[in-house]
Design a protein around this ligand. Structure first.
Ligand SMILES: [Zn+2]
Length: 233
């Protein structure tokens, strides 16, 4: 199978943010997977024949850890070991998106998110992965949580309602998607004060201010769950 045209940014983000943490890859697993994937992409084929010794030499590892990493990657489904002989290993690489643990589900969510038990929701650090950060942006549906402006994906950021310096957590109850301007201007101020400032400046109508203050309460009360967690708990 010939790999289709890949988006390197997407590939790298899936690997670093979803695949590696999701599968619990060790540094050796990561190094071996990256090395093999890079070579398979260069030759344009997902099947790759290699000698453990040459991979070990290139990665400055000894043979044992490389052999173990290949076995582990095979068990985790990140590659398929097709043959092993004196001349070397024959494997078929799987791209991050082809790996079960990473594959998006039918509703567009990632299994990394979907498989999270409801009880784990409250303890989840939503900054820990790209997939989880995205669920917070998705919840706000492309609008800044504070000023309600439409916010293109490239200028969205995540803001701690209670700042980290005041021990605000990386919880879905404390993270909102907002525009860069609000993120900068709010800084370490309490969110309520900042919303009132936006109102005084005419950026929010009285009704919008009321709605934002209510949303702030709902957020802290755990009523604004990210998509995919709607039914949790
Ligand atoms: Zn804003």
């Amino acid at each position: 199978m010939k790999p289709k045209k890949l988006n390197p940014k997407h590939l790298w983000m899936q690997f670093e943010d979803v695949l590696a943490p999701r599968l619990g890859l060790t540094v050796w697993d990561r190094a071996v997977y990256s090395y093999l994937l890079r070579h398979s992409l260069v030759i344009g084929k997902l099947q790759l024949h290699f000698a453990v010794m040459s991979v070990a030499r290139a990665l400055r590892l000894s043979n044992g850890p490389v052999r173990q990493a290949v076995r582990r990657l095979d068990e985790l489904g990140a590659l398929r070991l097709l043959d092993r002989s004196k001349t070397g290993h024959l494997v078929e690489m799987r791209l991050p998106e082809q790996i079960r643990a990473v594959r998006p589900s039918k509703n567009g969510g990632s299994r990394a998110v979907e498989d999270l038990p409801a009880s784990a929701l409250e303890a989840t650090d939503f900054l820990q992965s790209w997939a989880l950060r995205k669920t917070i942006h998705d919840r706000e549906r492309g609008a800044c949580f504070y000023c309600l402006r439409r916010t293109p994906a490239n200028v969205q950021c995540l803001d701690h309602v209670v700042p980290r310096v005041r021990f605000g957590r990386n919880s879905y109850r404390n993270l909102v998607s907002c525009c860069i301007e609000c993120n900068t201007r709010k800084s370490d101020r309490p969110a309520r004060d900042f919303l009132r400032t936006l109102y005084r400046q005419g950026r929010l109508t009285p009704a919008e201010l009321d709605a934002r203050l209510r949303a702030l309460k709902d957020l802290a009360a755990g009523k604004l769950r990210p998509p995919g967690f709607d039914d949790a708990g």
